[in-house]
Design a protein around this ligand. Structure first.
Ligand code: NAP
Length: 243
């Protein structure tokens, strides 16, 4: 897919990985819709950085834990930009909770924000994505491919993202491709100690933590080069899953 002048919606794009993806797409000349929930100032900052690259950008607030808000997001973006070609579902939460600590409320929040939101954002965006013969990329996690007992609901939700990707890919072919990127630790939570970061790097086969650029490279491949790829999850983890 040639990206220049096409329209991309990136959820959770105010900061961190979502922001890096939004900037990378703008760098290819895409017009970019920045979604945010709480981080309005950060979203405005991402939008300003994108406009400096000389491409069009706007911000859209939505709590994607609310299925109706998720469903409405794509149509809002399409109404503003005259269409929607690419949807990147990056919004998510990483909640640490063991089996014993997981309450029904925590379970619902994790599933709604990490999994249900992506399903209903795609569902709402379908008319535009079909018309554009568009592409969807979901952000999964290596935690969706290997179990971490201290992040039980998180892992289960991200395993759901992997199957969501396959199911949507099959249902929406041949019009729309749907793929996922499953990062390892590219940008650990800010509160992680240096010792924890060093330990993670030293136990990763490629000997370092990843960076948001490692994720954006995979996203760009799926959008620009992966026209014959659908239902796939690309693991970007420095080899942690094979150790
Ligand atoms: N960082 C990593 O190393 C890593 C590793 C593996 C997978 N991933 C995945 O990659 C994606 C991005 O990671 P990240 O580290 O950049 O995530 P992050 O820092 O936790 O940011 C998540 C984004 O999700 C949005 N969000 C949270 N709750 C929301 C809600 N109820 N409604 C709408 N948006 C909501 C936030 O928006 P606001 O701030 O505006 O509220 C935020 O922009 C996530 O799906 C994550 O699971 C990341």
């Amino acid at each position: 897919m040639r990206l220049t002048s096409r329209v991309a919606l990136v959820t959770g794009a105010g900061h961190r990985v979502g922001r890096a993806i939004a900037l990378a797409l703008a760098g290819r000349g895409m017009r970019v819709a920045i979604h945010y929930n709480r981080s309005r100032a950060d979203a405005d900052g991402t939008a300003a950085a994108i406009r400096q690259l000389g491409t069009e950008c706007d911000t859209f607030a939505a709590d994607l834990g609310d299925a109706e808000a998720a469903r409405a997001l794509g149509p809002r973006v399409a109404a503003r930009f005259g269409g929607l070609d690419v949807l990147i579902n990056s919004a998510g939460i990483m909640t640490r909770a063991s089996i014993e600590e997981t309450t029904p409320e925590l379970w619902d929040e994790v599933m709604n924000v990490n999994l249900r939101s992506a399903f209903f954002t795609v569902q709402g965006a379908l008319p535009s994505l079909r018309a554009a013969k568009g592409k969807v990329v979901n952000l999964a996690d290596v935690g969706g491919l290997e179990p971490w007992p201290k992040y039980a609901a998180h892992c289960i939700s991200k395993a759901g993202v992997v199957m969501l990707t396959k199911t949507l890919a099959r249902a929406l072919a041949p019009d729309i491709t749907v793929n996922a990127v499953a990062p390892g630790a590219v940008l650990p939570p800010d509160e992680w100690s240096d010792a924890a970061r060093k330990h993670l790097a030293s136990t990763t086969p490629l000997g370092r933590l990843g960076s948001p650029a490692d994720v954006t490279a995979a996203v760009l491949y799926l959008l620009e080069g992966g026209d014959y790829v659908t239902g796939e999850t690309i693991v970007v983890d420095g080899g942690r899953l094979i150790r």
